[in-house]
Unconditional design. Structure first.
Length: 180
């Protein structure tokens, strides 16, 4: 599992560059159930990972987590729960997996608020966040080629970037520039 991840929170108005926090990540070790409400879904913001329906639900159910909960960031298949702030910024997070990608995508569409109010059963239920699957070793060992060492980069959560593109907050060209 990657040791760091990025949490995107907005755009720089002057340059149009995506703003993010880099956090240290560790995997969750137990399942957490949170209760959703229609109000969480209606208050969800389109195209954001920290203001969507499920993150509002997680913030409201902060006492359900076995660790501190400062902020929640959801992508299509993962959830990062920020547990520590340093100098006003998130610095550590715990990673969970979920299978509510359809609700995450629905939050990013323009019709979601009308659709959710007609179908409250989608959001008024219990949501389960589970520990991520452990990565299996591939059997390949990295060998030092003697080349100059490269600087390690933080892992870009593809889901967060894809959500912003789907919501129209980031152009596809900007999404393809230098992100790995």
């Amino acid at each position: 599992m990657r040791k760091t991840a990025r949490i995107y929170y907005g755009l720089n108005p002057e340059t149009g560059e995506r703003l993010y926090w880099t956090v240290k990540v560790r995997p969750a070790d137990r399942v957490v159930d949170i209760d959703g409400t229609l109000l969480d879904a209606v208050r969800g913001e389109r195209g954001t990972v920290i203001g969507c329906h499920l993150s509002n639900c997680a913030k409201r159910n902060a006492d359900a987590f076995p660790h501190p909960m400062k902020l929640a960031a959801f992508t299509r298949s993962t959830c990062l729960i920020v547990t520590k702030l340093s100098r006003g910024q998130p610095s550590e997070a715990i990673k969970y997996s979920h299978s509510y990608g359809n609700l995450v995508e629905l939050n990013d569409t323009k019709i979601s608020k009308r659709y959710i109010s007609k179908h409250p059963e989608l959001c008024e239920r219990q949501f389960r966040l589970r520990p991520p699957r452990r990565m299996r070793p591939t059997g390949r060992m990295h060998t030092n080629t003697g080349a100059t060492p490269h600087k390690k980069r933080a892992f870009v959560l593809k889901g967060a970037l894809r959500r912003a593109v789907d919501a129209g907050l980031v152009t596809p060209g900007l999404a393809n520039m230098g992100f790995q």
